[in-house]
Design a protein around this ligand. Structure first.
Ligand code: FES
Length: 162
């Protein structure tokens, strides 16, 4: 089987689908190569900075839908800083793996999350954005959108000195 049971489960029954109308952060991302797009919206408790709600809309392949779905489960209830620790590698591991040719789909989910977090801090200039957020956003922008298979899943560990 090309896809794990977890991938198929999240593809068939995606969690947290939709859009938060009065979101505190909105991340719109797309892959220019395949044309897939994702919007991730977050609601953040102003006191605790916990992500109390998260929703996604993904116009894309099955792997993009599954990775979008699971990333919402992974970050819900976490603080915005804890959410930064969730990478596309975490997503792929939780899904029990993805075929190498589909690794770039997991990057779309991470890019959506990071874009939503960036937007959150843009809307809340009184809050100090963690330096790791800018660093992560910069590295994700430099990733090859063609997705060089498994290499693209290692974005968190590579190119850190660019
Ligand atoms: S093929 Fe485009 S995100 Fe999966």
């Amino acid at each position: 089987m090309l896809y794990s049971d977890e991938v198929l489960e999240h593809f068939r029954n995606p969690r947290n689908m939709g859009e938060i109308e009065d979101a505190d952060g909105v991340g719109d991302v797309g892959n220019p190569v395949c044309g897939d797009m994702m919007r991730l919206t977050i609601k953040v408790d102003p006191e605790t900075e916990r992500i109390v709600d998260v929703r996604f809309q993904t116009f894309g392949c099955g792997a993009a839908i599954a990775t979008s779905s699971i990333i919402t489960e992974l970050v819900k209830g976490k603080t915005v800083r804890e959410a930064l620790e969730v990478s596309n590698k975490t997503v792929v591991e939780k899904l029990g793996g993805l075929p190498p040719v589909k690794m770039h789909c997991s990057l779309l989910a991470e890019q959506g999350l990071v874009a939503a977090l960036e937007d959150y801090f843009r809307r809340h200039p009184e809050k100090q954005a963690p330096p790791e957020l800018q660093e992560k956003a910069r590295r994700l922008r430099n990733v090859d959108p063609h997705g060089p298979g498994e290499k693209s899943a290692q974005v968190d560990e590579e190119d850190s000195d660019e």
